[in-house]
Design a protein around this ligand. Sequence first.
Ligand SMILES: Cc1cc2nc3c(=O)[nH]c(=O)nc-3n(C[C@H](O)[C@H](O)[C@H](O)COP(=O)(O)O)c2cc1C
Length: 346
Amino acid sequence: MTAFERTVRPVLFRVGGGDAEKAHEFTLGRLARLGAGARSMLRARYATDDPVEVFGVRFPNAVGLAAGMDKNGVALPAWPALGFGFVEVGTVTAKAQPGNDKPRLFRLRDSEAIINRMGFNNAGAAALAARLQTLGPIGVPLGVSLGKSKVTPLDEAVDDYLASYELLHPYADYIAVNVSSPNTPGLRTLQDKSAIADLLGALVGTKPVLVKIAPDLTEPAIAELLEVCLSHGAAGVIATNTTLARDGLAPADQPRAAEAGGLSGRPLTEKARKVVHFVHTETGGRLPIIGVGGVMGPDDALRLFDAGASLVQLYSGFIYHGPALVRGAARAAAARRARAGAVEAR
Ligand SMILES: Cc1cc2nc3c(=O)[nH]c(=O)nc-3n(C[C@H](O)[C@H](O)[C@H](O)COP(=O)(O)O)c2cc1C
């Protein structure tokens, strides 16, 4: 057990009487208040220097923070200090919105999983733009994840995404188009061929645009989407978002399985890896992939790289294993790359 698992996690899991969203808010608040001294101590402990260049952007290491953890960018300077080589903020929407009714976030501890139906609660694109303007660069690449405002009808989705894009692209190293959250009614239909073509047609321009996909798509549907990504200039794919499936849960978590929402964490590991592998083989490696889903240990990250990912992200793994996982995954990737380099040099 790491120090985090022994001492920090039990405290955080008791915050708010065990309410996962209260623990999340509490933790974000604490991270947002970390001073420069604390951040530099954390950086000395957790940061890994293993630069990689993907879609024209240089990353200090290949392990990033997945979207949804810091939707409004309140704790941005803390993430690089905790070892992340890049950070994806959002998902934000053009209009600020409260998200779904609470409770909407659940830990499934025995399964090392999470179910969420947050519903894009966020302060809106303008508020994030103001925050990023004040903050300035955070020292690692920043991805900005965009979603559709709940009140905007699906047939006006393009303009809604575009409004957010206009406000936020000056601050982003890449833009993630989130069309795969299960928690906004109809959103996943934007993964259809013609819808994603319209979206990419409007958004592809000055900054790399990546499409985040659901793990529940069939392979033919993913293949169609990839064709559009390739023909419309997408810079890459983020695979995957949470799943609507409920496989792989421990018996003690079965009652929680009935909660609506997307499932993440260990039950997603294999599913996400298979999607990454499919995307890689289907595109012949022509589309860079950010692999995400069920990275709960360094080996899971390595398996995503083996499947074809150029970068990985984590969310649930960080909740259960803390910053030592970020460091472990980044160091494992660095060691793998160093070995490959040594073999090549022979
Ligand atoms: C509470 C919660 C909120 C999330 N919010 C978003 C979001 O706003 N946008 C998004 O693209 N993905 C969101 N995700 C999905 C994660 O970015 C990630 O794709 C997914 O959780 C799988 O990774 P993991 O198994 O490491 O958690 C969210 C996940 C969780 C658990």
